[in-house]
Design a protein around this ligand. Structure first.
Ligand code: AMP
Ligand code: ZN
Length: 457
């Protein structure tokens, strides 16, 4: 019986990598939120991925040093016309830095509600100007970057021989006019080059002095500068959503490898996207779901974590209210099971759970195993509790939290009693209508082999 090492799918080599780290520590960089709005449940799926990886590595006996940046400048809107922060500021008439701090705080609250362990640091792009400027100067000196005809600084994509190795988008196949071409980047030599430093032009907010004039950094250089500085120029594992593979990570790789002189990132991990009720979440479609919406429906925020665990990170997933509600009720049942079995903190190693998690993070298989243990009448209550606690090291579902006990009023007790009588008399229509009344009062009714039971929703 042993906990093996985590092997996980690397986007670049298209194969599983075993994660060993260096001297027992795994250095992870996860692209963080752009703080002009709340993170939606899709963004949270990606942020949860870093937690599941960290917890699995810790289960295998390794330490983790995780850095997650806060993008508060330089991330342009999809039409590349405007910085997302400034667009929000123009719309709401609130100072862009104030917007950033507000949504940064809310991001941390969401992480806490999802039991995502805090990173070692959360550097803000706006506070790393000196590091970014130094990196850009170095890239110019080594002729990987140049000052364009408009005075802005660009990375010369053709100077980096293995451009495209991560995403498969080789330079000779990239056509001008595609999404990667910034409309406001008229001064570059080649359509696939990208801005490292943009001159302010008419922009007056969120600009900084630089050797090339007042301006602001491009989004991609932020992650190179911060990962190199904070993780000692070597990243064991780099994470982000699948949309970041190109151009963000492809460009980051070109910058970072140029700066460090070697392959800076060992393993690139990308989480697939989350859909909601069959559709891509977008503001225009009006189907953006936040963790707060889950809470407002009376569901435990960890129901989201539960529902996400039931799908593997590498498959696209469709979340629905029905799956969140089902997760909420199973979560309660599991907590009840643990609480009925006492308070022992003892964990019992389970090979199947351990193997599932260390084999490319197969969380659905690990969850299935726990469901099987739940149903297995040959396993005693105390052992079940210990096995659940073992899995919960990574599941992070607070299974040991216990179940909230609230007294019922005498009116509700009368309805519960009446329903027991109605069922004994096989008066199903009365039993159904009493169930509706009890549900409206906030109870959840279950009819099992031992008769009616209830819990608070
Ligand atoms: P942003 O705040 O837009 O910079 O995005 C933060 C993270 O969320 C990035 O790693 C994105 O790749 C990821 N992301 C964006 N949309 C989704 C989605 N629908 N499902 C999963 N991850 C997403
Ligand atoms: Zn990034």
């Amino acid at each position: 019986m042993s906990t093996g090492s985590l092997s996980i799918y690397d986007t670049k080599s298209k194969s599983l990598h075993t994660i060993a780290g260096t001297d027992g520590v795994v250095r992870i960089y996860c692209c963080g939120p752009t703080v002009y709005r709340d993170a939606h449940v899709g963004n949270l799926r990606t942020f949860l991925l870093s937690d599941l990886i960290s917890r699995t590595l810790q289960m295998t006996g390794l330490d983790v040093s995780l850095v997650q940046n806060i993008t508060d400048v330089g991330h342009m809107a999809d039409d590349f016309e405007e910085d997302k922060m400034l667009a929000e500021s123009a719309k709401t008439k609130v100072d862009p830095f104030q917007i950033a701090r507000t949504f940064e705080d809310r991001f941390h609250i969401d992480l806490e509600r999802l039991n995502i362990e805090p990173a070692a640091s959360y550097p803000r792009a706006s506070e790393k100007m000196a590091e970014m400027i130094t990196a850009i100067e170095k890239l110019i000196a080594m002729k990987r970057a140049y000052v364009g005809s408009d005075g802005s600084v660009y990375f010369d994509a053709t100077s980096f021989p293995t451009y495209g190795a991560l995403s498969g988008n080789k330079l000779d196949s990239l056509q001008p006019g595609h999404r990667y071409e910034f409309t406001d980047e008229g001064g570059k030599r080649f359509h696939a080059d990208w801005a490292l430093w943009k001159l302010a032009g008419a922009r007056t907010q969120m600009i900084w002095d630089s050797p090339w004039g007042a301006g602001f950094p491009g989004w991609h250089i932020e992650c190179s500068a911060m990962s190199i500085e904070l993780l000692d120029a070597h990243v064991d594992l780099h994470l982000g959503g699948i949309d970041l593979r190109f151009p963000h990570h492809e460009n980051e790789r070109a910058q970072s490898n140029s700066l460090t002189g070697n392959e800076t990132v060992d393993t690139w991990v990308h989480g697939e996207h989350l859909l909601f009720e069959g559709r891509k979440m977008s503001k225009s479609a009006g189907n953006v779901v936040l963790l707060q919406d889950v809470i407002d429906r009376g569901l435990d925020p960890l129901s989201l974590r539960f529902a996400l665990l039931e799908n593997r990170y590498r498959s696209q997933m469709d979340l629905s209210w029905a799956s969140l509600e089902a997760a909420h009720s199973t979560l309660k049942r599991w907590r009840q099971l643990l609480s009925n079995a006492g308070t022992s903190a003892e964990m019992k190693f389970d090979q199947e759970v351990s193997d599932a998690l260390t084999t490319d993070l197969d969380t659905p298989r690990a969850m299935q195993r726990i469901r099987t243990i739940e149903k297995d009448s040959t396993i005693g209550a105390l052992d079940k509790r210990a096995l659940f606690l073992f899995a919960d090291q990574v599941f992070g579902l607070d299974l040991d939290r216990g179940v909230e006990q609230r007294e019922v009023s005498s009116e509700i007790q009368a309805l519960l009693d009446a329903r027991i009588t109605a069922r004994a008399e096989k008066n199903w229509s009365l039993s159904d209508s009493l169930r509706d009344q009890l549900t409206n009062a906030g109870l959840e009714i279950n009819d099992g082999a031992e008769g009616q039971s209830w819990s608070w929703k």
